[in-house]
Design a protein around this ligand. Structure first.
Ligand SMILES: [Zn+2]
Length: 251
């Protein structure tokens, strides 16, 4: 069993159990890199370890917290976890290129949040694309920002935290709106997390990212594939058909 990124790197043997956090792994934006390995590092170790199996192997690798960030409508955390997932896909593709006979299949079980990468800015009603510079300046997930606030944070607390961790100067009125939390008050069962959806609403023109939902959507998903069997992925498919594609490759 290993418990840190360094220990994982050094681990040998055919079976490795890695437990790096008492609860969920950190969002990429919050990840302490010496304690918790990146998804790419775990992918690399997984493939290198399973490769020893002469009969082949199946590995399920999930960027599991993209969903959590999208539930909270936390755009920077969702984007940074997606980039971490993209790096893990890169590791898998490099492995597949060196080990012909490997099928890499990339998909999702659902979309979350109905995330739109366009919005009006503070200066204009014209819709423009996401402000990536604003996203890049964010240094903490909404979840951790909330975790360090007291039970009843004030407008001043929000104004200071948003400035410190997200490098955004929200107005006093916007900070008050977050503290009043009208989104949660308006629909308390759906918007289950305190303050974060009101915060996301206020930040919308700063990031120019909008969310249609706080939960899973019915958007069709993409599936990408590389390697043997990838020719069977295309057009519109039912998700259960992916099982048949994987099964055929494993035979
Ligand atoms: Zn979910």
């Amino acid at each position: 069993m290993v418990g840190t990124a360094e220990e994982l790197k050094a681990a040998k043997g055919r079976k490795i159990l890695g437990l790096f956090n008492m609860s969920n792994m950190s969002y990429e934006i919050d990840r302490p890199a010496t304690q918790e390995p990146s998804l790419a590092e775990m992918t690399s170790k997984t493939l290198e370890t399973l490769k020893a199996n002469r009969k082949g192997f199946f590995a399920m690798i999930e960027g599991g917290r993209i969903d959590h960030a999208a539930h909270r409508n936390d755009a920077p955390s969702a984007i940074m976890d997606t980039l971490a997932f993209d790096a893990a896909v890169g590791v898998a593709l490099d492995f597949a290129k060196k080990n012909p006979g490997t099928l890499v299949l990339v998909t999702a079980d659902h979309e979350t949040g109905g995330m739109g990468l366009i919005g009006h800015s503070k200066e204009s009603k014209e819709y423009v694309g996401i402000d990536l510079k604003a996203i890049q300046k964010s240094t903490k997930s909404f979840e951790l920002i909330m975790a360090q606030m007291g039970k009843k944070p004030t407008a001043g607390d929000f104004k200071a935290a948003v400035k410190q961790y997200l490098s955004i100067d929200i107005s006093d009125a916007e900070a008050q709106l977050v503290a009043d939390d009208p989104v949660k008050k308006g629909d308390p069962f759906n918007y289950g997390y305190d303050y974060v959806h009101s915060l996301a609403f206020v930040l919308r023109p700063y990031y120019r990212v909008g969310f249609a939902s706080q939960t899973h959507t019915a958007s069709p998903l993409m599936a990408f594939a590389y390697g043997p069997g990838s020719e069977r992925i295309g057009g519109q498919m039912h998700n259960t058909q992916l099982f048949t594609v994987m099964k055929a490759v494993l035979k």
